[in-house]
Design a protein around this ligand. Structure first.
Ligand SMILES: Cc1cc2nc3c(=O)[nH]c(=O)nc-3n(C[C@H](O)[C@H](O)[C@H](O)COP(=O)(O)OP(=O)(O)OC[C@H]3O[C@@H](n4cnc5c(N)ncnc54)[C@H](O)[C@@H]3O)c2cc1C
Length: 349
């Protein structure tokens, strides 16, 4: 077996975050990079399960600008006719059902305005023209963002890999990081099951294992995997891929079309979460079975807005453990404690 290649930068984890990091570094001219992924392919864990919704209207300037940057990136990647993220800029409708939410939308719109993100309040009638078949009559406010949309997360990751591979980034799948080598307080290498890689910088993009990788260098970070799931229905008359994404935060629901089917997911008020200390770096978070009670509740809650939800058959369920932090912010960047160790964890929707 040939020795695994050394590299200036090693990225641990080939999900959307690790591959996106490789792409941005390559664009910035940094190409001596080796991305290692323990599974047989990239995007094999959380990223391939994602619904692919891209929403730029956020409660902080930082997140709004980050999402705007993402949209620019997806639009650039979409120009490649062969490998692209299947990005559809269909716009999004954010629906408020109570006064407190209307206030929140006003605050979010003010941030969007300051960030230069185009948004507009529209009437239920205009919303119904954009999404025929959806009843918006109970909406207290509807915020339209024309540059939002959705993509196919697996395609996005493949697109990042294709673009960064062309610029010289190397990928090694079936390669698990086991230890971080350090000398005099700085990173000097990564021990993997394929041998040791000498490097100057390690980027931890290990998703639900980012906690464990950080622990290898003595960092204990509050990264919590939280269960999330959605379903795709059987094909439904009247649905087309061009319909905008809808978010109804008061029902904790999000909706988009998937070809001519409905994709329906939600944020559970008390979601199942797991303690990363309960599984090892070499192990996995608990397996997830579809929670039919939760999925049925998503459909039931949507019936007043979309009566067809009452008898929609479910074709497939997607699920996983995206990671969250206590304050909801991402843990991104270098640490003073260990030179050359960079975090890209706790990244959620
Ligand atoms: C059902 C569902 C729906 C979602 N919908 C959306 C959405 O609509 N929009 C949105 O923005 N987000 C959504 N998300 C969240 C999104 O999927 C995650 O934020 C994103 O995929 C996280 O990417 P990641 O690269 O951090 O993690 P992952 O995709 O999990 O990648 C981490 C990688 O690290 C690898 N790894 C771990 N340990 C090691 C090791 N020791 N050595 C080498 N490799 C290792 C893993 O194998 C894995 O491939 C959704 C998530 C779920 C589950």
């Amino acid at each position: 077996m040939s020795k695994i290649k050394d590299a200036k930068i090693v990225i641990i984890g080939g999900g959307a975050v690790g591959c996106g990091t490789a792409y941005q570094l390559a664009l910035a001219g940094e190409t001596d990079i080796l991305l290692i992924e323990k599974e047989p392919s990239v995007a094999a864990v959380t990223s391939a399960q994602a619904a692919g919704l891209v929403g730029q209207v956020r409660t902080s300037m930082e997140r709004t600008q980050l999402a705007m940057w993402s949209v620019k990136t997806f639009s650039d990647l979409q120009k490649d006719t062969k490998t692209n993220p299947s990005w559809r800029q269909v716009g999004s409708l954010r629906v408020a059902l109570n006064d407190a939410r209307v206030e929140e939308f006003n605050r979010m719109k003010a941030i969007a305005d300051r960030a230069g993100l185009e948004t507009e309040y529209i009437t239920p009638k205009v919303a119904e023209e954009k999404w025929p078949g959806m009843n918006f009559s109970m909406a207290k406010s509807i915020l339209w963002c024309p540059t939002d949309g959705y993509l196919q997360p697996y395609d996005l990751t493949a697109s990042y890999c294709s673009q960064s591979g062309r610029r010289g980034v190397q990928f090694s799948v079936n390669t698990a990081a086991e230890q971080i080598v350090m000398k005099d307080g700085r990173v000097t290498g990564v021990v993997t099951d394929k041998g040791t890689i000498r490097c100057e910088t390690v980027i931890n993009a290990a998703g639900a294992h980012a906690f464990h990788i950080a622990k290898l260098v003595g960092l204990e970070l509050p990264i919590v995997p939280v269960r999330h799931e959605y379903f795709i229905s059987v094909p439904c008359d009247g649905l087309t891929p061009e319909l905008p994404v809808i978010r109804i935060p008061d029902l904790s629901l999000y909706i988009r079309t998937d070809v001519n089917a409905l994709l329906l997911g939600g944020w559970e008020p008390n979601p199942l979460h797991t303690d990363p200390q309960k599984y090892a770096l070499g192990g996995n978070p608990p397996g997830i079975e579809p929670d039919w009670d939760v999925l049925a509740k998503f459909a039931e809650d949507l019936i007043p807005q979309f009566p067809k939800a009452s008898d929609l058959g479910i074709l497939s369920v997607f699920k996983g453990w995206p990671t969250f932090t206590p304050d909801g912010r991402f843990i991104i960047g270098p640490t003073e404690k260990v030179k050359g160790f960079v975090m890209a964890g706790g990244c959620n929707a």
